[in-house]
Design a protein around this ligand. Structure first.
Ligand SMILES: Nc1ncnc2c1ncn2[C@@H]1O[C@H](COP(=O)(O)OP(=O)(O)OP(=O)(O)O)[C@@H](O)[C@H]1O
Ligand SMILES: [Mg+2]
Length: 520
């Protein structure tokens, strides 16, 4: 049959069908029409081997809320859409740092879950009852799969879609750095470049910390099973410039968590502290820097400088000290117990997936109650730069892994204490030529200077110590001599007194005799 004849036949078939349909609508009563349609649909459904689920973009009684499921599916499908769909739409989603792709209307993409094939289609329908509060077009996603996999798709697959979407959102979102001013948090976008790869420290120790963090971020089920709140405490301690703050930023970058930098000195009392902490979202790191200065053992908190100044003033005027203490107990009541309550109290469990990080330069100053395990699970010491850490810095800053000067530097690093921040300063490019020898020589000079200073300091300390010792020995000898001197002096005094008294008595006698003579 020729194509022309075929189209001619098709045309007449369609025309006949339309005629039959018009007759059907005109002469068959409405109720019967309705029943015939209904039974036809049942028949089709019975024979149709697939199930379909529709996810509308707008939900609620008046279609005014955007459905969370729709948004999650959109996110989930974005990677599949970018490889399969022919018509795509691109946009930057709210709080996201990368371009989000999604399939255009009436596109279809396939997916697979545990060997089962399924299809997602995007569609839209025009509203019959348009209103000013709803858009004219209503979008939706339709999921189609074979009905024999119904249980797998409705349960585990849809769970998997939501979880994956959430993880993708977290990966793509802009991380934020929150700081508190009194009881309110304000934030800026977190764009700290610190990474574990660029952090100079012993590679084994670094790997251990990274593994610990990743393990924690995946351990939701574990914490659920053992009945613990999903949180972990880290205490970072070490001298200034050893990378404590940098490590916190690296942690946030590694896990894609938000940072909450809690400034305890601006929180009035425990109630305000609780309010602030209740607002911290999950997937976040709460940081309290220099915990030893923020909160002293009695529970009152002061800044480092203020504390020193106050102590000086208090020495001068004890009365003022008492008044101040009374005032402080009234006004500032962020206490150690308040903080501990947050760390392992009941309400610390709300939210979950949170890290709490304290930093200090003086580990020994902290209250043992604060650092016992369960509260601060992991203690990480960040110490002065040794050779392994230096190699990391040299690779990062100078792009070298070996150099003839490395031997000398290794020796000096064992003897002198220089923080990674100081070492990094020497390795900063200073010459346009970028010659590493120049930087390494500068470092050697710095190390030699630090070594010399340490030697002088040690000598001075030894001298002071010797002086102290000598004083200790001298003191008892002096006291002994004093003890011997004292009774001798007392005796002499006694004798003097006796002599004087004797003299006075004699004088009185003489006067009395004189007086007697004159009266006679
Ligand atoms: N271990 C390190 N690896 C790489 N760079 C480091 C390291 N430690 C410090 N630095 C560099 O030194 C600078 C200061 O470091 P950082 O602020 O992290 O020190 P810190 O331990 O928090 O000091 P502080 O106790 O004074 O707060 C950082 O900008 C970083 O570039
Ligand atoms: Mg710091």
């Amino acid at each position: 049959m020729e194509a022309k004849d075929m189209f001619g036949n098709l045309g007449s078939i369609i025309a006949s069908l339309m005629f039959v349909w018009a007759m059907f609508q005109q002469y068959v009563p409405y109720q019967l029409q309705h029943n015939i349609e209904k039974y036809c649909q049942i028949l089709v459904r019975f024979a149709y081997p697939y199930i379909q689920i529709r996810f509308d973009e707008l939900t609620g009684d008046y279609d005014i809320f955007r459905s969370e499921a729709y948004t999650a599916i959109q996110t989930y499908l974005s990677s599949r859409s970018s490889t399969q769909a022919k018509m795509l739409k691109a946009d930057i989603a709210k709080n996201s740092q990368s371009l989000a792709l999604r399939m255009d209307d009436h596109e279809e993409v396939a997916d697979e879950f545990k060997g089962v094939k399924l299809w997602w289609a995007s569609g839209k329908e025009v509203s019959n009852t348009p209103s000013w509060w709803t858009p004219e077009e209503k979008r939706y996603y339709r999921l189609t799969c074979h009905k024999q996999h119904r249980d797998l798709i409705l349960g585990p697959y849809l769970d998997h879609v939501l979880k994956e979407a959430k993880a993708m959102e977290v990966r793509n979102r802009q991380r934020k750095l929150y700081t508190n001013n009194g009881t309110t948090w304000s934030h800026v976008m977190l764009k700290h470049p610190a990474k574990f790869q660029t952090l100079a420290m012993d590679p084994e120790k670094k790997k251990e910390i990274m593994d610990d963090l990743i393990e924690f971020s995946k351990a939701e089920e574990f914490y659920e099973r053992v009945g613990r709140a999903w949180k972990r405490g880290y205490l970072l301690y070490g001298p200034p410039g050893t990378g404590k703050s940098s490590m916190i930023a690296a942690m946030a970058n590694l896990l894609s968590y938000d940072l909450y930098d809690l400034e305890l000195t601006s929180v009035k009392n425990n109630t305000d502290l609780r309010k602030l902490l209740m607002e911290v979202s999950s997937k976040s790191i709460i940081v309290i820097e220099d915990i030893d200065c923020s909160l002293d053992l009695t529970g009152q908190r002061k800044t480092k400088k203020k504390k020193e100044k106050d102590e000086e003033e208090e020495k001068k005027d004890p009365k003022q000290k008492k008044e101040k203490e009374e005032k402080e107990t009234e006004a500032s009541k962020v206490t150690l117990s308040g903080l501990l309550n947050f760390i392992d109290g009941l309400w610390s469990a709300c939210g979950g997936e949170r890290l709490i990080v304290f930093t200090t330069n003086y580990m020994e100053k902290l209250d043992p109650a604060l650092i016992r395990s369960g509260r601060m699970d992991k203690h990480i010491e960040l110490s002065y730069c040794r050779f392994e850490a230096f190699k990391g810095l040299a690779k990062n800053y100078l792009k070298i892994e070996s150099h003839p000067l490395f031997g000398r530097i290794r020796e000096l690093l064992e003897e002198a204490n220089l923080s990674p921040a100081d070492v990094a300063e020497h390795l900063m490019p200073k010459k346009a030529s970028g010659d590493p020898t120049f930087s390494l020589e500068s470092l050697i000079k710095g190390l030699e200077k630090a070594k010399e200073e340490a030697r002088l300091k040690a000598e001075e300390e030894a001298r002071l110590k010797a002086k102290e010792e000598a004083k200790k020995i001298e003191q008892p000898a002096k006291e002994e001599a004093k003890k011997v001197e004292q009774p001798a002096k007392e005796e002499a005094k006694h004798e003097d007194k006796a002599v004087t008294e004797n003299g006075e008595a004699k004088l009185l006698d003489a006067r009395a005799t004189e007086n007697g003579k004159t009266s006679h």
